[in-house]
Design a protein around this ligand. Structure first.
Ligand code: PHE
Length: 340
């Protein structure tokens, strides 16, 4: 008898109830008056008092188990049909639920992508954990040169060096190495630098870099592209200014400033009373960088630029503390446009 109980239990367990017919089938087979479990109770009567005690317990458990399975499956089937046979008024407005919002950095990133997409730039992506070659060497940073210290780096391994990328220029290198020019691409992504956290600096932030390589790309193209970007991003009356600068991977290099959106040039504490705010680094791609990626600098030229998404977002929404972006404070995040 114990073997029988075990065998029936196994079949109860395996029985799949996914339709109303199968539910009824299960009921008849096991728990109805003539069902297998009920019939075992009849057999129990013939046993001695001693055995009854022992087998009875196992049998009661089987009965309970089968009935529970029946009940649960019945409930499940009912709730499924309720969901698929809704007969209410379908024209009623939906009950408003809580939708999340897009993070301000995402809103800015999408806007930047939108502006450059219309100029024919596509979006490229690359790894955040990078080797020294793609982050520094290919970009014309000489070994042991102080320029490497301009970007205080988090190393994961030394010799050979593995690190958290300090800029998204690694994606430029990967793009130029793996494909043939012409290129017109932007590379948004997260970057890391070992900086003390304050209102103006963080150990990670987001960049968008851009690269345009073709025959006959000149400095005027760089200037006009970034002027167009500034006007689209910050408004038609925005002006730009280029200041000479240095990056190992561009020559000549320029820092791009925009006219201050807050005081319109009169002087305020956002622009530190200069009337100008820096938004990007840029320059003509250094011939060594092109050569490192197998591109002939006698045939192709290009420009590159890089900007911080946090910086653009702070200017766009008048945000004065970088830490707000990563603290997840809903009072801050709720002020931005929700997802539609
Ligand atoms: N990679 C530079 C940085 O992170 C930005 C930059 C990109 C400057 C391209 C010039 C050209 O500081």
């Amino acid at each position: 008898m114990e073997d029988k109980i075990k065998a029936i239990e196994a079949r109860v367990q395996e029985f799949v109830i996914d339709t109303r017919d199968k539910l009824e089938h299960f009921r008849l087979q096991f728990i109805s008056k003539k069902g297998e479990v009920s019939l075992l109770f009849d057999e129990l009567k013939a046993l001695s008092a001693e055995q009854k005690k022992l087998v009875g317990k196992a049998l009661n458990e089987l009965k309970k188990f089968s009935e529970e399975k029946f009940k649960l499956s019945q409930e499940q089937l009912e709730s499924n049909t309720a969901a698929t046979t809704f007969t209410g008024d379908l024209t009623l407005p939906v009950i408003p639920g809580k939708t999340g919002g897009q993070h301000p950095l995402s809103l800015t990133r999408y806007r930047i992508i939108e502006i450059f997409e219309r100029l024919g730039f596509n979006v490229e992506d690359g790894p955040e954990i990078e080797d020294d070659w793609h982050n520094f060497t290919a970009l014309n940073f000489p070994e042991n040169h102080p320029a490497r210290e301009m970007q205080d780096t988090f190393f994961i391994e030394k010799n050979p060096d593995v690190l958290l990328r300090t800029h998204t220029s690694n994606v430029q290198i990967r793009l130029m190495k793996n494909r043939k020019p012409p290129f017109r691409a932007i590379m948004p992504g997260r970057v890391y630098r070992n900086e003390a956290i304050s209102a103006r600096a963080h150990c990670f932030f987001h960049q968008v870099e851009g690269l345009y390589v073709d025959t006959n790309v000149g400095f005027a193209d760089l200037k006009q592209t970034l002027y167009h970007f500034a006007k689209e991003m910050f408004g038609k009356e925005t002006k730009i200014r280029l200041r000479p600068s240095f990056f190992p991977f561009t020559e000549p290099s320029a820092e791009i400033d925009i006219s201050c959106l807050i005081c319109h040039g009169k002087g305020c504490n956002v622009c530190k009373y200069s009337g100008w705010v820096e938004i990007a680094g840029s320059g003509m791609v250094h011939p060594n960088v092109l050569r490192n990626c197998g591109i002939d600098p006698e045939v192709f030229t290009g420009f590159a630029f890089g900007m911080g998404i946090e910086r653009i977002t702070m200017l766009r929404y008048s945000i004065n503390d970088l830490r707000l972006f990563s603290e997840n404070d809903l009072r801050f995040l709720k002020q931005f446009k929700p997802v539609m």
